[in-house]
Structure formats: C-alpha cells, structure tokens
Write a protein that binds this ligand. Structure first.
Ligand code: ADP
Length: 161
C-alpha cells in the first residue's frame, strides 16, 4: 500500500493546500496530512485548532488522514510506514528552500523520496500568510480558504475568537 505524507504548518489550511492534498489522494492509497508542531514559531491557530480545520476541510476525502508530529520529518515518515513526502511548489521562490529540505532529508534517510506537485494556476499566489494579511485588513477570504474555515479565520483576525 502506497502511503504519502503531506507535512506543513497549515496556519490555516488554504484552498491551495486542499488542491495539493486532493491531487495526492488520487495517486496514493493513503495520504497523511501532518502538522509539524514547532514550539519555536508562534502560529495564529493552536495545533488542536489546525487539526480540526484540516479534518473539516478534508472530510470529503476518504483516504486522507490528519495527524501531527514533532521532531524530524524522516523519523515521522518511517514511523508511519511511508516512503514518500509530498510538497507543493508554487513559484521559483519555493524552490531553494524545498531543494535544501529534500536534499537534507535524503541525506538523513535515502529511502524516503520527496515528490512535488505543481500548484494550480489559480492558487499559485496563495499562502497562509497572505490569507491572514487579507483577513486582518477586512478583505473577503472566502475564495482563498475552504468555506467552513473562512469565518473562523476572519473572526480570529478581528480578535473575536
Ligand atoms: P510549510 O511551513 O512547511 O511551508 P505550509 O503549511 O505553508 O507549510 O505548506 C505546506 C505545503 O503546502 C508546502 O509543500 C507548500 O509548498 C504547499 N503549499 C502551500 N500553499 C500552496 C498553494 N497555494 N498551492 C500549492 N501548494 C501549496
């Protein structure tokens, strides 16, 4: 059974993430979307909140599982019995960081392969940070994040939740 891990911060999940997860789920038997818990980096949403938003946004994808992990990605990938890491690539600006991560992960475990899915045209400008900026300034983010997530993000940015 082919299992792939989609790691990320997902603070919050965007339509660009859902696009990559959906496309990965049509290739692999199981896709595990895993939040990397990074205590050093302050996020807008707690790990629990992000897990819940991922569950809601991926509820229609039966072979997608939601999880979280701490520490090295390669250790987590091994623990879950997977060999593939899926990442999305938006612009050239993603490339250098992704190349460094992929090469380092291969050094740490040559049995784990990182594979990339090109962002769809309509989401190639989209990131969690731009969503937060737009929402904080009162912009409409419904076309940027899954519908059930939009109001939660807007409320948090307004300081209401
Ligand atoms: P990270 O902090 O690890 O980059 P993110 O939550 O920002 O985590 O992203 C998780 C993954 O989703 C990364 O591979 C990232 O490149 C990809 N991604 C983010 N936004 C988009 C998008 N709009 N289209 C395609 N892939 C995306």
């Amino acid at each position: 059974m082919a299992v792939a891990i989609c790691p990320g911060t997902f603070d919050p999940i965007t339509r660009g993430h859902v696009d990559i997860i959906t496309r990965a789920s049509s290739i692999f038997d199981t896709v595990i979307v895993a939040i990397l818990v990074n205590h050093g980096k302050r996020q807008m949403f707690s790990t629990e909140e992000r897990l819940e938003m991922l569950r809601v946004a991926c509820a229609h994808l039966p072979n997608v599982e939601i999880d979280h992990f701490e520490g090295l990605l390669v250790d987590y990938v091994r623990k879950r019995g997977a060999h593939v890491v899926i990442r999305g690539l938006r612009a050239v600006s993603d490339f250098e960081f992704e190349m460094t991560m992929a090469l380092m992960n291969r050094k740490l475990d040559p049995n784990i392969e990182t594979m990339y899915i090109m962002a769809s045209m309509e989401y190639s400008f989209l990131s969690s940070s731009i969503v937060k900026e737009v929402a904080a300034l009162g912009g409409d983010i419904r076309c940027l994040v899954p519908a059930p997530i939009a109001e939660r993000v807007a409320a948090r940015c307004r300081g209401e939740a």
